[in-house]
Design a protein around this ligand. Structure first.
Ligand code: BTN
Length: 230
């Protein structure tokens, strides 16, 4: 275990899922905040029951903290895309946020975030495609290597992510304006299912309480896009 910026960091060559590992460590040690990192995952999970391809080359990180109320936790999970986008932009990669918290470059996914709450803890898992050379076509994915032609230092990325995440923890409200400026759906027409009904409209904004504000109403993005409470 090493410590950085108050985070206790646990590194593994290979795990099932860093989110599961983080819950185990939080429960058994009571330490927090923690960061769990693995070089690869055999059972990497994505949102909505999808799997997350976790071959060597990617950054697989889970941050674990005590959980708060649902809105506070949801904001943290959603706003975690901000540090990811800001770091990518520092490398000249024009990333943007696809709500609730996917990170895309052009039409391709470069990072995903999975927030889970269990036994009084919140674990936010980040999968960032860093040094992978290629992906199965069906994933429609890209990596930092593909975008820049350069190999990136995953340790450096880890420390910048943790530093930026700590700033987020200190003030999620401060992050809101920066976060919303990277959301790609503003001004666009969207269509989704809300409480069993299809809703269509033009997006005015996403407000600071995570409501997607359309020209015809407000819809909470976690009710639209699902929040996994275990
Ligand atoms: C998604 O876009 O569907 C979310 C993907 C989240 C993947 C990360 S990788 C680290 C952490 N461990 C997991 O099993 N999943 C998350």
């Amino acid at each position: 275990m090493i410590t950085f910026d108050e985070f206790k960091i646990f590194k593994f060559p290979s795990v099932g899922s860093t989110n599961d590992e983080a819950f185990e460590i939080l429960k058994s040690t009571g330490l927090h905040p923690i960061a769990v990192v693995a070089d690869e995952q055999s059972k990497g999970r994505g949102r909505s029951g999808h799997s997350w391809l976790s071959q060597p080359g990617g950054l697989y990180l889970s941050i674990g903290i005590p959980s708060g109320d649902l809105l506070t936790d949801s904001k943290l999970i959603v706003f975690t895309s901000l540090p990811v986008v800001e770091i990518l932009r520092e490398f000249g990669i024009k990333a943007h946020i696809k709500i609730p918290n996917d990170v895309y470059v052009g039409g391709k996914k470069i990072a995903g975030i999975l927030g889970e709450r269990k036994s009084g803890f919140l674990v936010i898992g980040i999968g960032l495609n860093v040094n992978q050379k290629s992906f199965p076509k069906s994933l429609n994915a890209t990596s930092m290597l593909i975008e820049t032609g350069e190999i990136h230092d995953k340790n450096e990325l880890l420390y910048s992510l943790l530093q930026k995440f700590r700033d987020l923890l200190q003030d999620t409200n401060l992050a809101y304006h920066r976060w919303v400026s990277h959301v790609n759906v503003i001004g666009k027409n969207v269509r989704f299912i809300y409480k069993g009904k299809e809703v269509k409209g033009t997006v005015r904004t996403v407000d600071r309480n995570l409501n997607l504000v359309l020209n015809n109403g407000k819809f909470n993005i976690y009710e639209i896009f699902e929040f996994r409470e275990l």
